[in-house]
Ligand binder design. Sequence first.
Ligand SMILES: Cc1cc2nc3c(=O)[nH]c(=O)nc-3n(C[C@H](O)[C@H](O)[C@H](O)COP(=O)(O)OP(=O)(O)OC[C@H]3O[C@@H](n4cnc5c(N)ncnc54)[C@H](O)[C@@H]3O)c2cc1C
Length: 266
Amino acid sequence: MKYDLLIVGGGPAGLTAAIHARARNKSALVISNDPLASPLSKAPAMANYPGLPGVTGRELVEGLMAQARDLGVEFKQGRVLSVMPMGESVMVSVGSDVVEGGAAILALGVARAAPLRGENEFLGRGVSYCATCDGMFYRNKSVVCAGDAPNFEEEVEFLRSIGCQVTVKRLAGLSILGESAVTGVRDAKGEETPCDGVFLLRASIAPAQLAPGLETEGGYIKVDGRMATSLPGVYAAGDCTGQPLQLAKAVGQGQMAAHFAIEGMG
Ligand SMILES: Cc1cc2nc3c(=O)[nH]c(=O)nc-3n(C[C@H](O)[C@H](O)[C@H](O)COP(=O)(O)OP(=O)(O)OC[C@H]3O[C@@H](n4cnc5c(N)ncnc54)[C@H](O)[C@@H]3O)c2cc1C
C-alpha cells in the first residue's frame, strides 16, 4: 500500500502533521520509536503550552495519539533507518521493511548523539545501524554492538542466532578503528577489541545519515518557509529543524509541513 504521507517520528510535530493529514482526508502512517518512551513523556507539568497550562508530557502525547487514532492515522513502531525519494514516491525503511508514501515528513526531534570517532568514515565499510538488515554480511564473524535502541537486545540476539560473536560496548567514548574497513574498536578505558563489524543501534539517527543528500546546518535540517527540505517530497518539522526547541513551534511546524506536503502532491 502507498500512503499519502509517511511521518517519521511520533512526537508533537509528527502527530500534529498526521492529525492534519487525516483532517484533509489523506492517509497517514506514523513510524516511530514508542512515543510514550520519549524524553517528553517524562516531562512534569509544563507551564508555557498555550491553552493547557500544567499539562504533563505524557498527557500531551497520549492525547495527541488518541486524537490521531480516532481520525484513522496508522502507526508502525520501529526505528527508521533511511528515507529515499524515488520519483513520485518517498521510500522509508524501518528495520528490514520498506514503506512507500507520496511524501514524507521528518519529525525526528533532536538527535542527541554526536557521531563517534570513525563512524562517518567507516559507514558502509563495517559500520551499520541495523542488525536485521546487514547482519548476514557478518555471519560467523566478530562484531561489536553499542547503543540505546529499544530493540537493542533483540538485534544482539539476532546476530548471535546467525553465528556472530558479539561483544557489547557502551557508546560513550567509543572509537572505531580501521584502514580501508573496520578492524576494531577502542572503548573509553582505552581497551581495544578487534572485530569485523560495528552495529551502532541508537534510538535516533542523525538526519544527514538518515537521508543522504539532506542539507543540514549545525546538525538541524534546513527547511524553507513551506517546511520543504533539500530533498524532493521530503518535509521536516519540530525540534529537528532547529531552535526554539519548544512544543508550540513543533505543533505549528507539524501542521505546516502536512499542509504544504499535501499541496505539493497536487
Ligand atoms: C524533560 C523535558 C521537558 C520539556 N519541557 C518543555 C516545556 O515546558 N515547554 C516546551 O515548549 N517544551 C518543552 N520541552 C521540549 C519539547 O518536548 C520539544 O520541543 C518537543 O517534544 C519537540 O517535538 P518533536 O515532535 O519535534 O520531537 P520529539 O518530541 O523529540 O519526538 C520525536 C520522536 O521521533 C522519534 N524518532 C527519532 N528518530 C527516529 C527514527 N530514526 N526512527 C523512529 N523514530 C524516531 C523519537 O524517538 C521521538 O519519539 C521539554 C522537553 C523535555 C525532554
